[in-house]
Ligand binder design. Structure first.
Ligand SMILES: Nc1nc2c(ncn2[C@@H]2O[C@H](COP(=O)(O)OP(=O)(O)OP(=O)(O)O)[C@@H](O)[C@H]2O)c(=O)[nH]1
Ligand SMILES: C[S@@+](CC[C@H](N)C(=O)[O-])C[C@H]1O[C@@H](n2cnc3c(N)ncnc32)[C@H](O)[C@@H]1O
Ligand code: SF4
Ligand code: SF4
Length: 322
Protein backbone atom coordinates (compact mmCIF):
# COMPACT_ATOMS: atom_id res chain seq x y z
CA UNK A 1 0.00 0.00 0.00
CA UNK A 2 1.26 3.51 -0.83
CA UNK A 3 0.86 6.14 1.89
CA UNK A 4 1.89 9.78 1.54
CA UNK A 5 3.48 12.13 4.07
CA UNK A 6 0.01 13.18 5.29
CA UNK A 7 -1.20 9.62 5.89
CA UNK A 8 -3.37 9.48 2.80
CA UNK A 9 -3.56 6.23 0.85
CA UNK A 10 -2.51 6.86 -2.75
CA UNK A 11 -3.98 4.29 -5.14
CA UNK A 12 -4.71 6.36 -8.24
CA UNK A 13 -2.15 7.08 -10.99
CA UNK A 14 -2.95 9.52 -13.79
CA UNK A 15 -0.71 9.07 -16.81
CA UNK A 16 -0.44 11.79 -19.45
CA UNK A 17 0.71 10.35 -22.77
CA UNK A 18 1.07 13.69 -24.58
CA UNK A 19 0.79 17.39 -23.84
CA UNK A 20 -0.36 18.05 -27.42
CA UNK A 21 -3.97 18.81 -28.14
CA UNK A 22 -6.24 19.36 -31.13
CA UNK A 23 -8.42 21.84 -29.14
CA UNK A 24 -7.50 25.25 -27.72
CA UNK A 25 -9.87 25.42 -24.75
CA UNK A 26 -9.95 28.87 -23.21
CA UNK A 27 -9.52 27.53 -19.68
CA UNK A 28 -6.60 25.22 -20.52
CA UNK A 29 -4.57 25.92 -23.68
CA UNK A 30 -5.97 29.01 -25.40
CA UNK A 31 -2.88 29.31 -27.56
CA UNK A 32 -0.49 26.81 -29.03
CA UNK A 33 2.48 26.66 -26.66
CA UNK A 34 5.69 28.29 -27.89
CA UNK A 35 7.12 24.82 -28.48
CA UNK A 36 5.96 21.25 -27.93
CA UNK A 37 8.10 18.73 -26.11
CA UNK A 38 10.09 17.07 -28.92
CA UNK A 39 8.83 13.54 -29.63
CA UNK A 40 12.22 12.04 -28.73
CA UNK A 41 11.87 13.38 -25.17
CA UNK A 42 8.68 11.39 -24.57
CA UNK A 43 8.89 8.12 -22.72
CA UNK A 44 8.01 5.19 -24.92
CA UNK A 45 4.91 3.20 -24.01
CA UNK A 46 7.23 0.40 -22.89
CA UNK A 47 8.99 2.72 -20.42
CA UNK A 48 5.74 4.24 -19.16
CA UNK A 49 4.44 0.71 -18.70
CA UNK A 50 7.49 -0.30 -16.62
CA UNK A 51 6.55 2.40 -14.15
CA UNK A 52 2.83 1.57 -14.23
CA UNK A 53 3.64 -2.08 -13.52
CA UNK A 54 5.73 -1.30 -10.48
CA UNK A 55 3.11 1.21 -9.26
CA UNK A 56 0.44 -1.47 -9.49
CA UNK A 57 2.70 -3.86 -7.58
CA UNK A 58 3.09 -1.17 -4.89
CA UNK A 59 -0.64 -0.51 -4.51
CA UNK A 60 -2.07 1.51 -7.41
CA UNK A 61 -5.62 0.32 -8.20
CA UNK A 62 -6.79 2.91 -10.68
CA UNK A 63 -4.93 4.09 -13.80
CA UNK A 64 -6.26 6.93 -15.93
CA UNK A 65 -4.78 7.83 -19.31
CA UNK A 66 -4.98 11.53 -20.07
CA UNK A 67 -3.15 14.39 -21.80
CA UNK A 68 -3.25 16.93 -23.64
CA UNK A 69 -5.43 14.87 -25.90
CA UNK A 70 -4.42 11.24 -25.34
CA UNK A 71 -6.09 10.00 -28.53
CA UNK A 72 -3.55 11.98 -30.56
CA UNK A 73 -0.80 9.57 -29.59
CA UNK A 74 -0.52 6.62 -31.98
CA UNK A 75 -0.89 3.12 -30.60
CA UNK A 76 -2.84 4.03 -27.47
CA UNK A 77 -4.95 0.88 -27.75
CA UNK A 78 -1.81 -1.29 -27.54
CA UNK A 79 -0.67 0.64 -24.48
CA UNK A 80 -4.05 0.08 -22.83
CA UNK A 81 -3.83 -3.60 -23.67
CA UNK A 82 -0.39 -3.83 -22.02
CA UNK A 83 -1.87 -2.47 -18.77
CA UNK A 84 -5.02 -4.59 -19.00
CA UNK A 85 -3.06 -7.77 -19.65
CA UNK A 86 -0.87 -7.07 -16.63
CA UNK A 87 -3.81 -6.59 -14.23
CA UNK A 88 -7.26 -6.83 -15.67
CA UNK A 89 -9.09 -5.90 -12.47
CA UNK A 90 -7.72 -2.38 -12.06
CA UNK A 91 -9.97 0.57 -12.82
CA UNK A 92 -8.62 1.45 -16.28
CA UNK A 93 -10.01 4.72 -17.62
CA UNK A 94 -9.37 7.48 -20.14
CA UNK A 95 -10.05 11.22 -20.12
CA UNK A 96 -10.55 12.70 -23.60
CA UNK A 97 -12.12 15.57 -25.47
CA UNK A 98 -13.95 12.94 -27.55
CA UNK A 99 -13.14 14.32 -31.00
CA UNK A 100 -11.31 11.21 -32.23
CA UNK A 101 -13.53 8.70 -30.45
CA UNK A 102 -15.74 7.85 -33.44
CA UNK A 103 -12.89 5.99 -35.09
CA UNK A 104 -11.13 4.50 -32.03
CA UNK A 105 -13.79 3.72 -29.42
CA UNK A 106 -14.17 0.09 -30.49
CA UNK A 107 -10.39 -0.52 -30.50
CA UNK A 108 -10.07 1.00 -27.02
CA UNK A 109 -12.87 -1.16 -25.67
CA UNK A 110 -11.34 -4.27 -27.24
CA UNK A 111 -7.99 -3.41 -25.65
CA UNK A 112 -9.51 -3.50 -22.16
CA UNK A 113 -10.51 0.11 -21.48
CA UNK A 114 -13.43 0.16 -19.04
CA UNK A 115 -14.63 3.72 -19.04
CA UNK A 116 -14.11 7.22 -20.39
CA UNK A 117 -14.57 10.72 -19.06
CA UNK A 118 -15.34 13.15 -21.86
CA UNK A 119 -15.24 16.93 -21.77
CA UNK A 120 -18.51 18.47 -22.92
CA UNK A 121 -18.93 22.11 -21.97
CA UNK A 122 -21.86 23.02 -24.19
CA UNK A 123 -24.53 21.62 -26.49
CA UNK A 124 -24.39 24.60 -28.84
CA UNK A 125 -22.05 24.32 -31.85
CA UNK A 126 -21.14 28.02 -31.84
CA UNK A 127 -20.33 28.02 -28.12
CA UNK A 128 -18.23 24.87 -28.52
CA UNK A 129 -16.36 26.58 -31.35
CA UNK A 130 -15.78 29.58 -29.09
CA UNK A 131 -14.49 27.52 -26.16
CA UNK A 132 -12.30 25.08 -28.11
CA UNK A 133 -11.54 27.58 -30.91
CA UNK A 134 -12.51 24.95 -33.47
CA UNK A 135 -15.78 23.56 -34.79
CA UNK A 136 -15.86 20.45 -32.60
CA UNK A 137 -19.32 19.68 -31.25
CA UNK A 138 -20.56 17.32 -33.98
CA UNK A 139 -17.56 15.01 -33.69
CA UNK A 140 -17.57 15.12 -29.87
CA UNK A 141 -21.24 14.09 -29.69
CA UNK A 142 -20.66 11.40 -32.28
CA UNK A 143 -17.67 10.17 -30.25
CA UNK A 144 -19.67 9.97 -27.04
CA UNK A 145 -22.44 8.01 -28.81
CA UNK A 146 -19.93 5.61 -30.31
CA UNK A 147 -18.26 5.02 -26.95
CA UNK A 148 -21.67 4.34 -25.43
CA UNK A 149 -22.57 1.97 -28.26
CA UNK A 150 -19.41 -0.13 -27.78
CA UNK A 151 -20.10 -0.46 -24.06
CA UNK A 152 -17.70 2.02 -22.43
CA UNK A 153 -19.07 3.60 -19.25
CA UNK A 154 -19.30 7.37 -19.69
CA UNK A 155 -18.85 10.38 -17.46
CA UNK A 156 -19.10 13.92 -18.78
CA UNK A 157 -16.88 16.75 -17.49
CA UNK A 158 -18.13 20.31 -17.87
CA UNK A 159 -16.32 23.47 -16.80
CA UNK A 160 -18.96 26.23 -16.49
CA UNK A 161 -17.51 29.63 -17.40
CA UNK A 162 -19.16 32.95 -16.64
CA UNK A 163 -20.85 34.50 -19.65
CA UNK A 164 -19.95 31.57 -21.91
CA UNK A 165 -21.73 28.34 -20.97
CA UNK A 166 -23.13 29.05 -17.49
CA UNK A 167 -26.63 29.24 -19.00
CA UNK A 168 -26.38 25.61 -20.16
CA UNK A 169 -25.86 23.85 -16.82
CA UNK A 170 -29.43 22.53 -16.71
CA UNK A 171 -29.37 21.54 -20.40
CA UNK A 172 -26.16 19.55 -19.94
CA UNK A 173 -27.46 17.92 -16.78
CA UNK A 174 -30.67 16.92 -18.57
CA UNK A 175 -28.82 15.68 -21.65
CA UNK A 176 -26.64 13.41 -19.47
CA UNK A 177 -29.57 12.28 -17.36
CA UNK A 178 -31.56 11.32 -20.42
CA UNK A 179 -28.60 9.42 -21.92
CA UNK A 180 -27.68 7.73 -18.62
CA UNK A 181 -24.26 9.40 -18.31
CA UNK A 182 -22.87 10.81 -15.08
CA UNK A 183 -22.08 14.53 -15.32
CA UNK A 184 -19.61 16.43 -13.16
CA UNK A 185 -19.35 20.20 -13.17
CA UNK A 186 -15.80 21.34 -12.46
CA UNK A 187 -14.92 24.63 -10.79
CA UNK A 188 -12.54 26.48 -13.11
CA UNK A 189 -9.04 26.32 -11.61
CA UNK A 190 -7.15 29.55 -12.11
CA UNK A 191 -3.87 28.96 -13.92
CA UNK A 192 -1.28 31.00 -15.78
CA UNK A 193 -2.07 29.38 -19.11
CA UNK A 194 -5.82 30.07 -19.26
CA UNK A 195 -7.21 32.97 -21.26
CA UNK A 196 -6.94 36.31 -19.43
CA UNK A 197 -10.13 37.18 -17.64
CA UNK A 198 -11.53 33.62 -17.72
CA UNK A 199 -13.92 33.19 -14.80
CA UNK A 200 -15.56 30.03 -13.57
CA UNK A 201 -18.53 29.34 -11.32
CA UNK A 202 -18.22 28.19 -7.73
CA UNK A 203 -19.83 24.98 -6.59
CA UNK A 204 -22.44 27.04 -4.74
CA UNK A 205 -23.29 28.98 -7.88
CA UNK A 206 -23.61 25.75 -9.87
CA UNK A 207 -25.83 24.20 -7.20
CA UNK A 208 -27.98 27.36 -7.04
CA UNK A 209 -28.66 27.18 -10.76
CA UNK A 210 -29.64 23.50 -10.56
CA UNK A 211 -31.79 24.09 -7.45
CA UNK A 212 -34.01 26.50 -9.43
CA UNK A 213 -35.37 23.46 -11.28
CA UNK A 214 -34.54 20.40 -9.15
CA UNK A 215 -34.46 19.37 -5.51
CA UNK A 216 -31.38 17.36 -4.62
CA UNK A 217 -29.45 16.12 -1.62
CA UNK A 218 -25.75 15.62 -1.02
CA UNK A 219 -24.59 12.01 -1.00
CA UNK A 220 -21.72 10.80 1.22
CA UNK A 221 -18.34 11.43 -0.43
CA UNK A 222 -16.70 8.52 -2.25
CA UNK A 223 -13.05 9.28 -1.59
CA UNK A 224 -11.81 7.44 -4.69
CA UNK A 225 -13.05 10.29 -6.92
CA UNK A 226 -12.50 14.05 -6.68
CA UNK A 227 -16.22 14.74 -7.16
CA UNK A 228 -18.86 15.47 -4.54
CA UNK A 229 -22.09 13.87 -5.73
CA UNK A 230 -25.68 15.06 -5.33
CA UNK A 231 -28.87 13.06 -5.90
CA UNK A 232 -32.01 14.35 -7.59
CA UNK A 233 -35.40 13.15 -6.35
CA UNK A 234 -35.61 10.61 -9.17
CA UNK A 235 -32.27 9.06 -8.10
CA UNK A 236 -30.06 10.56 -10.84
CA UNK A 237 -26.68 11.64 -9.45
CA UNK A 238 -24.53 14.53 -10.67
CA UNK A 239 -21.17 15.62 -9.33
CA UNK A 240 -19.31 18.84 -8.63
CA UNK A 241 -15.52 19.01 -8.43
CA UNK A 242 -14.73 21.66 -5.83
CA UNK A 243 -10.98 22.33 -5.62
CA UNK A 244 -11.57 25.72 -3.97
CA UNK A 245 -13.08 24.01 -0.94
CA UNK A 246 -10.87 23.84 2.10
CA UNK A 247 -11.26 20.12 2.63
CA UNK A 248 -11.02 19.09 -1.06
CA UNK A 249 -7.46 17.78 -0.74
CA UNK A 250 -8.02 15.91 2.51
CA UNK A 251 -9.03 12.81 0.57
CA UNK A 252 -6.45 13.17 -2.22
CA UNK A 253 -5.45 9.72 -3.45
CA UNK A 254 -3.57 10.52 -6.65
CA UNK A 255 -0.26 11.25 -8.31
CA UNK A 256 0.49 12.07 -11.91
CA UNK A 257 3.04 10.91 -14.44
CA UNK A 258 3.76 13.09 -17.47
CA UNK A 259 4.67 11.91 -20.95
CA UNK A 260 8.27 13.01 -20.31
CA UNK A 261 8.50 10.90 -17.16
CA UNK A 262 7.95 13.51 -14.45
CA UNK A 263 6.15 12.25 -11.41
CA UNK A 264 4.03 15.08 -10.02
CA UNK A 265 2.79 14.97 -6.46
CA UNK A 266 0.16 17.71 -6.83
CA UNK A 267 -1.77 19.30 -9.70
CA UNK A 268 -1.33 22.76 -8.22
CA UNK A 269 2.44 22.95 -7.69
CA UNK A 270 5.42 22.86 -10.08
CA UNK A 271 7.41 20.27 -8.09
CA UNK A 272 8.17 16.99 -9.85
CA UNK A 273 10.80 14.25 -9.97
CA UNK A 274 11.85 12.39 -13.09
CA UNK A 275 11.64 8.62 -13.34
CA UNK A 276 12.94 8.71 -16.91
CA UNK A 277 16.53 7.55 -16.31
CA UNK A 278 15.40 4.90 -13.84
CA UNK A 279 12.99 3.23 -16.26
CA UNK A 280 15.16 3.67 -19.33
CA UNK A 281 18.06 1.99 -17.48
CA UNK A 282 15.77 -0.69 -16.05
CA UNK A 283 16.60 0.45 -12.50
CA UNK A 284 13.23 -0.47 -11.11
CA UNK A 285 14.29 -0.16 -7.45
CA UNK A 286 15.36 3.40 -8.20
CA UNK A 287 11.94 4.12 -9.73
CA UNK A 288 10.28 2.83 -6.56
CA UNK A 289 12.56 5.04 -4.44
CA UNK A 290 11.52 8.09 -6.49
CA UNK A 291 7.86 7.11 -6.17
CA UNK A 292 8.19 6.93 -2.37
CA UNK A 293 10.06 10.23 -2.22
CA UNK A 294 7.34 11.94 -4.26
CA UNK A 295 4.72 10.54 -1.89
CA UNK A 296 6.71 11.70 1.13
CA UNK A 297 6.82 15.26 -0.21
CA UNK A 298 3.25 15.38 -1.59
CA UNK A 299 1.73 18.70 -0.48
CA UNK A 300 -1.14 18.66 1.97
CA UNK A 301 -3.33 20.89 -0.20
CA UNK A 302 -3.51 23.30 -3.10
CA UNK A 303 -3.78 27.06 -2.73
CA UNK A 304 -6.93 27.60 -4.79
CA UNK A 305 -8.80 27.67 -1.52
CA UNK A 306 -6.73 30.56 -0.10
CA UNK A 307 -8.95 33.17 1.48
CA UNK A 308 -8.43 35.97 -1.00
CA UNK A 309 -9.20 33.39 -3.76
CA UNK A 310 -6.65 35.02 -6.04
CA UNK A 311 -4.27 32.07 -6.09
CA UNK A 312 -3.22 30.93 -9.54
CA UNK A 313 -1.27 27.81 -10.39
CA UNK A 314 1.71 28.04 -12.74
CA UNK A 315 1.09 24.47 -13.91
CA UNK A 316 -0.42 23.84 -17.32
CA UNK A 317 -3.25 21.34 -17.14
CA UNK A 318 -2.39 20.03 -20.58
CA UNK A 319 1.06 19.00 -19.29
CA UNK A 320 -0.20 17.39 -16.11
CA UNK A 321 -3.25 15.78 -17.62
CA UNK A 322 -5.70 17.73 -15.43
N1 LIG B 1 -7.55 20.21 -7.98
C1 LIG B 1 -7.67 18.98 -8.43
N2 LIG B 1 -8.51 18.73 -9.44
C2 LIG B 1 -8.61 17.49 -9.86
C3 LIG B 1 -7.88 16.45 -9.30
N3 LIG B 1 -8.20 15.29 -9.93
C4 LIG B 1 -9.08 15.63 -10.85
N4 LIG B 1 -9.33 16.96 -10.82
C5 LIG B 1 -10.19 17.74 -11.70
O1 LIG B 1 -11.21 16.94 -12.15
C6 LIG B 1 -11.14 16.84 -13.54
C7 LIG B 1 -11.79 15.57 -14.01
O2 LIG B 1 -10.95 14.51 -13.77
P1 LIG B 1 -11.03 13.21 -14.65
O3 LIG B 1 -9.87 13.17 -15.56
O4 LIG B 1 -12.36 13.10 -15.27
O5 LIG B 1 -10.81 12.09 -13.57
P2 LIG B 1 -11.56 11.76 -12.18
O6 LIG B 1 -12.52 12.83 -11.86
O7 LIG B 1 -10.53 11.42 -11.20
O8 LIG B 1 -12.33 10.49 -12.62
P3 LIG B 1 -13.27 9.45 -11.86
O9 LIG B 1 -12.38 8.34 -11.55
O10 LIG B 1 -14.23 9.06 -12.93
O11 LIG B 1 -13.90 10.11 -10.72
C8 LIG B 1 -9.65 16.96 -13.79
O12 LIG B 1 -9.31 17.22 -15.07
C9 LIG B 1 -9.37 18.14 -12.91
O13 LIG B 1 -9.85 19.28 -13.52
C10 LIG B 1 -6.99 16.76 -8.27
O14 LIG B 1 -6.27 15.95 -7.75
N5 LIG B 1 -6.93 18.04 -7.87
C1 LIG C 1 -6.45 18.68 -19.30
S1 LIG C 1 -7.80 17.78 -19.94
C2 LIG C 1 -7.00 16.38 -20.68
C3 LIG C 1 -7.91 15.37 -21.31
C4 LIG C 1 -8.72 15.79 -22.50
N1 LIG C 1 -8.02 16.61 -23.43
C5 LIG C 1 -9.99 16.45 -22.05
O1 LIG C 1 -10.16 17.64 -22.32
O2 LIG C 1 -10.80 15.77 -21.43
C6 LIG C 1 -8.57 17.00 -18.52
C7 LIG C 1 -9.63 17.80 -17.84
O3 LIG C 1 -9.07 18.98 -17.33
C8 LIG C 1 -10.10 19.93 -17.27
N2 LIG C 1 -9.51 21.24 -17.18
C9 LIG C 1 -8.58 21.78 -17.99
N3 LIG C 1 -8.28 23.03 -17.58
C10 LIG C 1 -9.03 23.27 -16.48
C11 LIG C 1 -9.17 24.37 -15.60
N4 LIG C 1 -8.47 25.48 -15.75
N5 LIG C 1 -10.04 24.27 -14.58
C12 LIG C 1 -10.75 23.14 -14.41
N6 LIG C 1 -10.65 22.06 -15.20
C13 LIG C 1 -9.82 22.13 -16.23
C14 LIG C 1 -10.85 19.68 -18.57
O4 LIG C 1 -12.16 20.15 -18.53
C15 LIG C 1 -10.83 18.18 -18.67
O5 LIG C 1 -11.99 17.63 -18.08
S1 SF4 D 1 -9.04 20.69 -21.75
FE1 SF4 D 1 -8.36 18.91 -22.90
S2 SF4 D 1 -9.22 19.35 -24.93
FE2 SF4 D 1 -9.20 21.28 -23.91
S3 SF4 D 1 -7.24 22.22 -24.45
FE3 SF4 D 1 -6.97 21.15 -22.49
S4 SF4 D 1 -6.15 19.21 -23.05
FE4 SF4 D 1 -7.09 20.06 -24.89
S1 SF4 E 1 -4.77 19.87 -5.60
FE1 SF4 E 1 -3.04 18.52 -5.06
S2 SF4 E 1 -3.44 17.76 -2.99
FE2 SF4 E 1 -5.32 18.69 -3.76
S3 SF4 E 1 -6.52 16.99 -4.59
FE3 SF4 E 1 -5.34 17.86 -6.30
S4 SF4 E 1 -3.39 16.74 -6.37
FE4 SF4 E 1 -4.37 16.32 -4.40
Amino acid sequence: MLIDGHNRVVDYLRVSVTERCNFRCQYCMPEKPFSWVPKENLLSYEDLFKFIKVSIDEGIKKVRITGGEPLLREGLDNFIKMIYDYKSDIDLALTTNGYLLPRVAQKLKDAGLKRINVSLDTLKPDVAAKIAQKDVLGKVLEGISKADEVGLKIKVNCVPMKGINDNEIIDILEFCKQKGYVVRFIEFMENHHAKDGAKGLSSEEIQNIISKKYNFKMVPRDTSSPAQYFELEDGYKFGVIEPHKDDFCAACNRIRLTAEGYLIPCLYFEDAMSIKDAVQNNEIDKAVEILKEVLRTKPEKNKWSEEDSSETSTRAFYETGG
